[in-house]
Write a protein that binds this ligand. Sequence first.
Ligand code: GMT
Length: 385
Amino acid sequence: MNIGIVCYPTFGGSGVVATELGKALAGKGHKVHFITYQQPVKLDIFSENIFFHEVKVSDYPLFDYQPYELVLTSKLVDVVKFEKLDVLHVHYAIPHASAAYMAKKILAAEGINIPFITTLHGTDITLVGKDSSFEPVITFAINESDAVTAVSESLKQDTLKHFNVKRTIEVIPNFICLDQYNYNGSVENIQKSVAPNGERILIHISNFRKVKRTEDVIRVFDIVRKSIPAKLLMVGDGPDRHKLEELCRELGTCDLVTFVGKVKDTERILAASDLFILPSETESFGLAALEAMAAKTPVISTNTGGIPEVNRNGVSGYLSNIGDIEEMAENAIKILEDDEKLKTFKKSAFETSKEFDIHKVLPLYETLYKKVTKNPKKTPSYNSN
Ligand code: GMT
């Protein structure tokens, strides 16, 4: 098939999922066209069957805000027509779903019927989308999509609760390319440099935004390191970083915490770690937790949103209420204090991650593509009225 993928090309989970999905589809012989404003971070453009179409917004001085959605729409029309796409798959509803709807309408006027699938990722629903400044457009675009998927049951329920949705939403969970997580032994140099005295390595990866509650990571670590020799790796970057560095100074943990910055391929650094901390306020899925588990790193997380669908309490790690720093630290110590226990959790985390292997999830998307292309929702064109 000829598939168009629209996503945010950044480090965010939705962009990573869209990119890995596209790469896997290309690997199976589909032609995959990424349509976005910059090459996705994890994309290798020189791979077979992968194409990139840049959405370029001009900076005409009249506009304080450049109309990205319109430029994207025009690009979609162009790529669908000239690359003869069979289906558009848009990741993250804002503004991709409404742009796809507009493109569909424009193409219908020319007699081309292009189905589009919207995959909801989380904050497009839980934070941004339900804001009244977006809500009517999101509701409309969800209802008009040829198919809608959510990355967890929790996100599906959130969507049904907050939007007047008159259609089915299919849950297709996020996935992991397990073949990329095979680091037997090659992580020793990271471990030696981070923890030369054999300290336990704790890790957090995110965009350091408020929703991630990164301060809790530093505070949990502060309790843990008082019981167990430990180091903390803070991977990523974002608005809260400065505040976190200040907190480390206040707690006297600067020598134990390393702010690593953005890392493109997190597999190795995760595999070198002993425990992942994810204390988010909300998380529709928690892809970072799944990535940790695939790297045999157990997870201490909150029990919010879709996280319990990924991290299993007492098996792949532990879950606590939002903000319960004491319990999170207690659970972390429980896992880390004993080599045997850590080994068991590492093994179970990895076993749990296998449920989300791309080889299991990819066919669900392929089936959906076939379904919508066989039976696309007809968009009446003004010509045919
Ligand atoms: O976090 C965001 O603002 C957006 C989004 C992203 O692009 O990273 O994250 C969401 O999508 C991920 C991939 O499906 C999920 O794993 C994250 O849980 C979800 N983030 C939130 O719900 C906060």
